[in-house]
Write a protein that binds this ligand. Structure first.
Ligand code: PMP
Ligand code: GLN
Length: 388
């Protein structure tokens, strides 16, 4: 009989991700799934056709380790066209299996065991687990409700002699915040003063509803210390393709590749080909995407307010956070459980994205990357909530 636990102590605290858990509960209860952030509609046909053609055309073997040449070239052109940010396609862009892998590879590529990484809380859940798997130590800066802003003083305080990097996510999951230029400049000052690397998670770069996305690497002096991470899945509504990438100067790219080569080595070749074709589309595609998501956002936020939620329209992403005190609950997990089992709508309880879980207890996260009819069905069900 085996008497030792199978699971390592590094991973034991994390359990099963909330996304898997809530989607399972949604299926079990026949609930409308406004929890896990994946579209319930398909991505553009031209991208899917390009991938099918690549499969038919025999692109069935391993791709170049750091990314299919067609894709890294398309990415290089995209960053130059969209933001005036030039990355050498071969030396400075690395394709991975989703931004989740990029984040893992970036953290593992640049940290020694015991190094500290500064995270803003609430944080996307894989950060905390990747930091733990690397044997690094997280430090936290709170984005304080209700406006989810941080002070430069708090950021400085979170940094020590051991700090290696700050991980910045803007547009931010789960709050929907888009950091202002002033906030990004504050991060840049701290990075410069303490000589830190900055890992930026910009997977929602094309879902910004007010103004335009500012890649952190475009701030003066920041390109050389930034690993810019983004993903194909959000922008092209094809989350299942799992294609992500890192753009960074050669030494930082080499660090990301050093890990990536032993995690997946290379990413699915025909899907990279499809992504290359998709990423070659012009700005009109992104404008259409933002317009459609703005409509979904406005519909959801307006309807949630009518029902009695206290909700601010998110500046970016496809998530809206709503306070639910009007319904007599004061705990996000209890309220999420009530919604999925009694009302028939699945949401995410955000306290799981906090080290200090009490800070996330007062609101839940709705995903609006869903068809209008799905959102309407969810809203109809939420109307049966009773106010106190
Ligand atoms: N970062 C954030 C903030 C996310 O919300 C997600 C969601 N999927 C990811 C990274 C992971 O992206 P991917 O699906 O490309 O791994
Ligand atoms: N990023 C998605 C979300 O926040 C989920 C990704 C996943 O399930 N791993 O809902």
């Amino acid at each position: 009989m085996i008497r030792r636990p199978a699971l390592s102590s590094r991973l034991a605290p994390f359990g099963t991700t909330i996304f898997t858990e809530m989607t399972r509960l949604a299926e079990e209860h026949g609930a409308v799934n406004l929890a896990q952030g994946f579209p319930d509609f398909d991505g553009p046909e031209f991208a899917r056709e390009a991938a099918v053609e690549a499969i038919r055309g025999g692109l069935g073997q391993y791709a170049r380790m750091a990314g299919l040449p067609d894709l890294v070239r398309a990415l290089s052109l995209k960053y130059e066209r969209d933001y005036g940010l030039f990355y050498d396609p071969m030396a400075e862009i690395t394709v991975t299996s989703g931004a989740t892998e990029t984040l893992f590879a970036a953290i593992h590529g640049i940290t020694e065991p015991g190094d500290e990484i500064v995270l803003f809380e609430p944080y996307y859940d894989s950060y905390r687990a990747s930091v733990a798997m690397a044997g690094a130590v997280p430090r936290f800066v709170a984005l304080e409700a209700p406006d989810f802003r941080f002070g430069e003083g708090a950021l400085l305080e979170a940094c020590s002699e051991k700090t290696r990097a700050i991980l910045v996510n803007s547009p931010h999951n789960p709050t929907g915040r888009v950091f202002s230029r002033e906030e990004l400049e504050a991060i840049a000052r701290v990075a410069e003063e303490r000589d830190l690397y900055v890992i930026t998670d910009e997977v929602y770069e094309h879902l910004v509803y007010e103004g335009r996305h500012i890649p952190f690497a475009t701030l003066p002096g920041m390109r050389e210390r930034t690993i810019l991470i983004s993903s194909f899945g959000k922008t092209f509504s094809l989350t299942g393709w799992k294609i992500g990438w890192a753009c960074a100067p050669p030494a930082l790219s080499a660090a990301v590749r050093a890990a990536h080569q032993f995690v997946t080595f290379a990413t699915a070749t025909p899907l990279q080909k499809g992504a290359a074709v998709a990423l070659s589309t012009g700005p009109a595609f992104y404008e259409g995407l933002t317009r459609e998501y703005r409509e979904r956002r406005d519909f959801l936020v307006g309807a949630l307010r009518e029902i009695g939620f206290d909700v601010t329209a998110p500046e970016g992403t496809y998530f809206a956070c709503a306070r639910f005190g009007a319904f007599g609950f004061d705990d996000d997990v209890a309220f999420a459980r009530h919604l999925v089992s009694k009302i028939g709508v699945a949401v995410i309880p955000p306290s799981v994205f906090y080290e200090h879980t009490e800070k996330g207890k007062g609101y839940v996260r709705f995903a609006f990357c869903k068809k209008r009819e799905t959102l309407e069905r969810g809203i109809d069900r939420l109307r049966s909530l009773t106010r106190i």
